[in-house]
Write a protein that binds this ligand. Structure first.
Ligand code: F6R
Length: 260
């Protein structure tokens, strides 16, 4: 695991975009794993700039997103479909038929925490098969939750898990409620790639910024490998880069760090 600490968010975003751009130049039909959330926004802005100013070509790449809420329509401004269009896809020349984001809508089927729905299970299997059909993810961009989660794999998620339905924690449901008009609209479930799915990507690029991530970064990099910190699984990956700003690296032991 390579841990690189950058001066600030801008430097980290630029370097992250440079890595993705260089992989795209080496392999124009790169299979790129994407994340949502606030952390990769700077990297996406930089990729858009490289497309507009430097002719970076997205026409042959294939993208797979990590996760999506269940029951939130793609046109809703809180869906990850909307997020990706708004923050990246609408501004680059990606081929829409090369874009994969987990499906969040399944009609009016009832979901409970105790039974999974065959339609959703079928979708999850299909998503995993599509990743395989494209030869696997070449490089996966990841953020990290303050509790060490990656994608929607909250603490306690099996490190071998595959794409599946996850019940959101009460805290996540409560935190999300401010983004929705009514309590009924707040998603209770999500589809997420599993830790095992993520670990099969050929390369991982985890980004972390701000002091709110310092404990999670320390546990991920230096802590024991444990389902209680799903990001700690990255220690077992042969090509994982953890890129942070100074604040997110504040709790790391100095000997692990490279400065970018
Ligand atoms: C989103 C995702 C999440 C976020 C994480 C950090 O696709 O996979 O695991 O990466 O919650 O979110 P931010 O970047 O908003 O701090």
């Amino acid at each position: 695991m390579l841990v690189v600490v950058h001066e600030d968010y801008d430097a980290l975003s630029k370097k992250g975009a440079e890595i993705i751009a260089s992989r795209m130049r080496q392999k124009p039909n790169l299979v790129l794993g994407l994340a949502t959330g606030s952390t990769p926004l700077g990297l996406y802005r930089e990729l858009i700039r490289l497309y507009k100013n430097d002719g970076l070509d997205f026409s042959k790449i294939v993208t797979f997103n990590l996760d999506e809420y269940i029951g939130v329509p793609p046109e809703h401004d809180q869906s990850y479909h909307y997020f990706m269009r708004h923050n990246l896809f609408d501004h680059i020349n990606v081929n829409p038929s090369h874009v994969y984001i987990p499906q969040g809508m399944y009609g009016d089927i009832k979901i409970s925490s105790f039974e999974t729905n065959p339609k959703i299970e079928q979708f999850c299997t299909w998503y995993e098969d599509e990743i395989k059909r494209h030869g696997g993810v070449d490089i996966q961009i990841l953020g990290i939750g303050g509790n060490g989660h990656i994608a929607f794999n909250e603490p306690g998620s099996s490190l071998g898990s595959r794409t599946r339905i996850k019940t959101l924690t009460q805290k996540t449901v409560k935190d999300n409620s401010r983004f929705f008009k009514s309590a009924e609209e707040v998603p209770r479930y999500a589809i997420t790639m599993g830790v095992g799915t993520i670990m099969e990507a050929k390369e991982l690029l985890l980004l972390a910024t701000g002091d709110g991530k310092a404990d999670a970064v320390k546990s991920a990099v230096e802590g024991p490998i444990t389902a209680m910190c799903p990001a700690s699984a990255l220690q077992l990956h042969r090509r994982a880069i953890v890129m942070t700003d100074k604040a997110a690296a504040a709790k790391l032991s100095a000997e692990f760090i490279t400065y970018g």
